[in-house]
Design a protein around this ligand. Structure first.
Ligand SMILES: Nc1ncnc2c1ncn2[C@@H]1O[C@H](COP(=O)(O)OP(=O)(O)OP(=O)(O)O)[C@@H](O)[C@H]1O
Length: 260
């Protein structure tokens, strides 16, 4: 298991984010501990995706601070997030649809490739050795995610559930410290959700990952997560272990009870 479970990997402190007149996030603070699976839930429009975009540097909050691995950041671009070990998947799958599963997962390695494009194109000498090493990492991920049978299939031809799995593979290929998953099980049937849950738990165990995920399926969230942050209209209304959050009257009123 993870040794430093109590360490804070990421702290969000009094963050507020507006788009023109729309306040997407209002004064939200929470943290993510190293090695935990942290869920962010809430009704539609609660600010969940905006929060992931703040964490990975895609949006810059007007107020508040983000501290990652002990360093408080000013502004950060998404590609810097990747360099710092933050990877993410998207609500609507963002893969190269004409490329195969293997090639899509290989794109997750691009930051780790040391040889330039010319060397890569020549596929010769050190560049070839490097490519083989990257391929090996990707093949291991393909085995791990049980998608060997589709490794040469263009992802556009795959059912949605498998595309989500390939997207997870690409994120894992980045060998992140913090993995952000935006609705990893949306549109999946029960069996696919169980598979995805298993992969997330195993990725955490085997790779020492920390995971933050947005998910609407409350059953999955409560089973999978160590702690759950609940947002409503951009505000934090609850934060704690699943058993406490489940029974919190504000959460029941805002989210669980009315099925919005
Ligand atoms: N780029 C943007 N420009 C303007 N408004 C935005 C933008 N992104 C989000 N918003 C607004 O901010 C609020 C929070 O949106 P966000 O997508 O973060 O919520 P969410 O909880 O992820 O919702 P959902 O569950 O529907 O994905 C909403 O009112 C939304 O319309």
């Amino acid at each position: 298991m993870i040794e430093a479970y109590d360490d804070i990997l990421l702290a969000v402190d009094a963050v507020s984010l507006s788009f023109g007149g729309v306040r997407a996030i209002s004064d939200v603070s929470f943290d993510i501990r190293r090695g935990e699976i942290r869920a962010i839930i809430g009704p539609n429009g609660a600010g969940k995706t905006s929060m992931l975009n703040v964490v990975n540097g895609f949006y810059h909050p007007q107020e508040g601070r983000i501290t990652y691995r002990g360093r408080t950041r000013a502004r950060m671009k998404p590609h810097e997030a990747a360099v710092q070990g933050i990877a993410r998947t998207f609500q609507n799958v963002a893969l190269f649809k004409g490329m195969t599963t293997l090639d899509n997962i290989m794109t997750g390695r691009s930051l780790k490739m040391r040889r330039g494009l010319v060397w890569q194109a020549l596929r010769h000498g050190p560049a070839l050795a490097e490519e083989i090493a990257h391929r090996r990492v990707c093949e291991e991920i393909i085995d791990f995610l049980e998608i060997e049978h589709i490794r040469k299939t263009p992802v556009g031809a795959l059912p949605y559930g498998l595309q989500k799995r390939v997207e997870l593979g690409r994120a894992l290929a980045m060998e992140p410290t913090l993995l952000l998953l935006d609705e990893p099980m949306a549109g999946m049937n029960l069996e696919e959700k169980e598979d995805m849950s298993r992969f997330i738990v195993e990725a955490r165990r085997l790779r020492g990952l920390t995971v933050a995920l947005i998910e609407h399926d409350i059953g999955v969230v409560m089973d999978l997560s160590d702690r759950v942050l609940v947002l409503e209209y951009g505000r934090k209304i609850a934060d704690g272990v699943p058993d406490d959050v489940k029974t919190d009257p504000r959460v029941i009123a805002a989210y669980l009870g009315v099925g919005r």
